[in-house]
Design a protein around this ligand. Sequence first.
Ligand SMILES: [Zn+2]
Length: 74
Amino acid sequence: MVSRHCPSCEQPVTRLSLHGVEAGQLFGRSGWKAITLSCPSCGVVLGAQIDPVALKREGVDATADEVAKKLRGR
Ligand SMILES: [Zn+2]
C-alpha cells in the first residue's frame, strides 16, 4: 500500500510544492526545464520530472528516448 505520509517528517502529504529546476548534465550546455515535487511541511524533495508544461510550450515533440539523449548531452 502506498503511504501518503512524508518519509522524512511523517506528516500527511495532501499537496505538493512545485519548484522549477534545470535538468541535464552537471556541466552540460543544454538541458530541460524540470520540476521538483516537495513536501510542503519540511521541504524534502519527494520526486522530480521533466516539466510537461514547458515541453508543450516549447513545442517539443519528444519521446522518452529523445529526452534521455538530451539529458546525457548526446
Ligand atoms: Zn516532510
